[in-house]
Design a protein. Structure first.
Length: 647
């Protein structure tokens, strides 16, 4: 859900400002692949929710950043509602990051720091997203790309300038990640700590969920859990594909083209030969002379080995290939040398060479008939590439002349198709068996780049063979929960599972007091009436043996509680509640264990930079006058909760 956002804000660069530069980041790293991010620039007007020095942050600005963030998550198929966003502290995170960015800009400008226009111009000119087909900066493409994303050039430049300040500060503040061994020792010792105890599961299936809910109860429960049944935003996209196979027949080489190409081939099909050459390269004439003297009566390879060098063999190569591997001068010499004659030492470039032509393979000239297939393939491929390029350019010119999707399809004599309502990944939530081909996935990725239905059509590449699609957005199906009538059976099941899970929690909670008084786990389960589910399981692990992303929830709990205590933790997939009883803790010291110290150093070192950055930003905020309008923030939260949208 918001885990990506939270992880990003903990990183060094995430601390700069997730929301403020979201639109800038999308363009700066897209390299021409627009992902659907739309920005409207900084908020103007509205109620002031915070002030950083002389800078005002309005509720309009915060709304825009949150809306941008949520819409892109939903387009990526993540069903994040405003309710969930607010419940997980999203508003506070958003506002805090905007304040951080504003504080760094205010501090930079107050310290007389400046980002030159020339620097920003250079970064824009070198951005792959703004390069034309000739590999150079294209002003028209720059303006069109910003226009598609509703970002003015001034706003874009301001964002890049502010980001540059932030990068300068963060990069300098996070230099150095060394920690003394005395600081690392407690952490290394903690990894050697051993804990033992027992865990029991109060399983959901062991509980009686009660009767099925009536309509009123079920409807109320469903309305409270609507986010659980959300279908992500989907889109219906019209498209027309252009593939090489469909144009291949019209691009076939004609007899006249083949004859003309043969005439213009020069020496390409003339008689030639392949030669195999043994070659030794020496740095000085004396060494090369020794090799040549020894090789006159024997092997060149053996002579090279005797002087500490190694011979190389160029096997069955034409003259052009020899020139590529060695040099043109050597190729000319080798193809003029007599077979089996030792040549050298001769100086070519900075080196001295000794070589022998050991084999000559004549290659006869190719007649027109013999070269026909080769030339036909080359000419057809070249014509097909040009045909594809011409057709694409013609379609793009039509779009530039304000032709809509239907008009562009008709002019290009293409066949239009229509997708079902699909997600950005090409999935159909209404049909679990739907399996789109790769072309549809590419079409949908491009389809989610439109702002709204009716926008001008776009062209998207489909594969390395040059195929592409003309794409138009027909309709946006907003993210929404499935109707209760459609999924009633599933909702009833979920309701009953939740009732059973609630009872499991109550039973597990009641067991805690008994376990802490010394009642064995098996007895406590039996007295609670838990007769189904796995038997209690003892555990005895060092912390280093169980730490990791896949550590069981009950072990995570065991390593965060006091001995002779019991706690409960919910299992995965609503399976029930684990009741964990920690029997004992054995502490061990890592003193004298350099390997353990080094492991901890490796784990902690990546966190030092982000921590320095957090402390540095906190220092800047303390240096400036940062005030929050709690009343305005509370009103913004209320408005967002009421409307369910940041817009």
């Amino acid at each position: 859900m918001l885990s990506f956002f939270r992880r990003f804000t903990k990183s060094r660069f995430g601390l700069i400002a997730v929301f403020v530069f979201l639109a800038v980041i999308a363009l700066a790293f897209a390299a021409g692949d627009i992902t659907g991010v739309r920005a409207t620039g900084g908020g103007s007007g509205g109620q002031v929710v915070a002030k950083v020095g002389d800078r005002k942050i309005t509720d309009v600005e915060v709304r825009q950043r949150i809306d941008l963030f949520l819409r892109n998550l939903q387009r990526d198929g993540q069903n994040v509602t405003m309710e969930q966003f607010l419940a997980q502290g999203g508003l506070e995170l958003a506002l805090d990051e905007i304040i951080n960015s504003a504080a760094m800009v205010e501090f930079a400008e107050g310290s007389d720091m400046q980002v030159s226009k020339k620097l920003i111009d250079g970064e824009i000119a070198s951005n792959p997203a703004f390069l034309g087909v000739d590999g150079k900066f294209n002003q028209k493409q720059f303006e069109e790309l910003l226009g598609q994303n509703r970002i003015s050039p001034a706003t874009f430049r301001e964002g890049m300038t502010n980001e540059r300040y932030s990068n300068w500060f963060i990069n300098r503040a996070t230099l150095g990640n060394q920690m003394p061994e005395g600081v690392l020792l407690p952490y290394a010792s903690l990894a050697l700590e051993r804990r033992a105890g027992i865990v029991g599961l109060v399983s959901t299936i062991a509980m009686d969920p009660g009767p099925d809910p009536d309509d009123k109860t079920l409807t109320a429960w469903y309305n409270n859990k609507r986010a659980r049944y959300m279908v992500p935003e989907r889109r219906i996209v019209r498209y027309a594909t252009v593939k090489p196979d469909a144009l291949r027949a019209g691009a076939a080489a004609t007899e006249a083209e083949i004859v003309d190409a043969y005439k213009k081939a020069g020496q390409r099909f003339a008689a030639t030969e392949k030669r195999t050459v043994e070659l030794v390269t020496a740095l000085d004439q004396n060494t090369a002379g020794q090799i040549a003297a020894k090789a006159k009566a024997g092997s060149l390879a053996a002579a090279a080995t005797a002087t500490g060098l190694e011979a190389r063999t160029l096997t069955a190569l034409e003259k052009a290939a020899v020139a590529t591997q060695v040099s043109q001068a050597f190729a000319d010499a080798a193809f003029g040398a007599s077979p089996n004659a030792l040549v050298g030492p001769v100086k070519m470039g900075p080196n001295w060479l000794v070589y022998r032509v050991t084999k000559v393979e004549p290659i006869g000239a190719k007649t027109l008939d013999q070269a026909r297939a080769e030339l036909s393939t080359e000419i057809s491929a070249r014509k097909l590439t040009q045909t594809l390029a011409n057709l694409r350019q013609s379609i793009e010119d039509g779009i530039a002349d304000s032709k809509n999707f239907d008009e562009a399809v008709a002019d290009a004599k293409l066949t239009a198709e229509r997708t079902p309502a699909l997600t950005a990944a090409g999935a159909n939530p209404e049909d679990a068996n739907f399996k789109p081909d790769p072309a549809i996935v590419a079409v949908m990725r491009a389809g989610f780049g439109f702002e709204q239905a009716g926008d001008e059509p776009q062209i998207a590449p489909l594969g390395p063979d040059g195929s592409f699609a003309l794409i138009g957005l027909e309709r946006v199906v907003a993210a929404a929960p499935r109707p209760l009538a459609q999924i009633r059976e599933r909702v009833v099941k979920d309701y009953l599972v939740e009732q059973a899970l609630t009872k499991a929690r109550a039973v597990a909670t009641a067991m805690i007091a008994k376990l802490e008084k010394g009642v064995p786990m098996q007895q406590a389960l039996a007295e609670a009436g838990v007769t189904k589910g796995p038997p209690p399981k003892s555990f005895d692990f060092k912390r280093s043996e169980v730490l990791g992303p896949n550590m069981a929830p009950y072990l995570q709990m065991a390593f965060s509680m006091a001995p002779k205590k019991a706690k409960l933790v919910e299992g995965a997939n609503r399976e029930g509640y684990y009741v964990v009883y920690l029997d004992k803790v054995e502490e061990h010291s890592a003193a004298g264990d350099p390997a353990a110290i080094q492991r901890v150093r490796g784990d902690i070192a990546p966190q030092i930079g982000p921590e320095y950055a957090r402390q540095f930003i906190a220092s800047i905020r303390n240096h400036l006058k940062v005030t929050r309008n709690d009343k305005a923030i509370a009103q913004l939260r209320t408005d967002l909760s009421r409307t369910g949208s940041a817009r």
